[in-house]
Design a protein around this ligand. Structure first.
Ligand code: CA
Length: 224
């Protein structure tokens, strides 16, 4: 699971990222609302931990903008204030959970787990469908009209990312970040290789789904 921490108190942001990494999550931290919104819109996160009071854009504005653009990544709102009005404002604007500072780290981890699970329920993690095509991310298997083929883990991760963002355009950078992480050595030709493997396998099972190249931008999964 990949988590974005948006918190302007740099020490707290780093401590949170460290805590999450220690608990086997992948975590990135940014320190203002504008960066928070940019990162969140990359659509690669499973949970966002978002501070309420932030420079440039406050947490409420960030979450409203995310929801307006159709991004439904679960958000835990953090705030130094415990007033009920802030809590209500946060939840009204589309936050999924709320935690007042100072908080207990076990409680934060429990809420991250709960939101990760909830997201899992919304879109089952082992069987994803798009048009006539089904991806089983647990069995690493691609199926269409009774025909099937096995996928490698990376192929499955890539197809899962494409299906979850079907019809949207995903850039090579977004794909690299999602599959290999920000600090990886992976390059755009890695993406091209996996896209071409996946295209062959989709064709093999006779899928009506195709990975379309959007020249100069990236890829989009479409049903024909
Ligand atoms: Ca703050």
């Amino acid at each position: 699971m990949r988590i974005l921490v948006v918190e302007d108190e740099v020490h707290l942001a780093e401590a949170l990222a460290h805590l999450l990494k220690k608990n086997k999550y992948t975590a990135d931290s940014v320190y203002n609302g504008e960066d928070g919104l940019d990162y969140a819109l990359s659509n690669i996160y499973d949970v966002i931990i978002l501070d309420l009071m932030l420079p440039k854009l406050d947490g409420i504005t960030v979450i409203k903008e995310l929801r307006r653009r159709g991004n439904d990544t679960p958000v835990i709102m953090l705030t130094a204030k415990s007033e009920i009005s802030d809590k209500v404002k946060g939840l009204d604007s589309g936050a999924d959970d709320y935690l007042a500072k100072p908080f207990n780290t076990d409680e934060l981890l429990a809420r991250v787990r709960a939101l990760g699970r909830r997201r899992g329920e919304v879109a089952p993690t082992n069987a994803l469908k798009f048009a006539d095509t089904e991806l089983d991310t647990a069995a690493l298997n691609l199926k269409c009209n009774g025909k099937e083929i096995n996928l490698t883990l990376k192929e499955s991760e890539l197809l899962e990312y494409l299906i979850r963002n079907k019809n949207a355009v995903l850039s090579k950078d977004m794909i690299i970040e999602k599959l290999w992480g920000f600090d990886s050595e992976a390059e755009s030709n890695h993406v091209e290789v996996y896209i071409s493997f996946l295209r062959k396998k989709l064709k093999y099972v006779g899928s009506s789904v195709q990975i379309v190249t959007i020249r100069g931008i990236g890829y989009s999964l479409k049903n024909f």
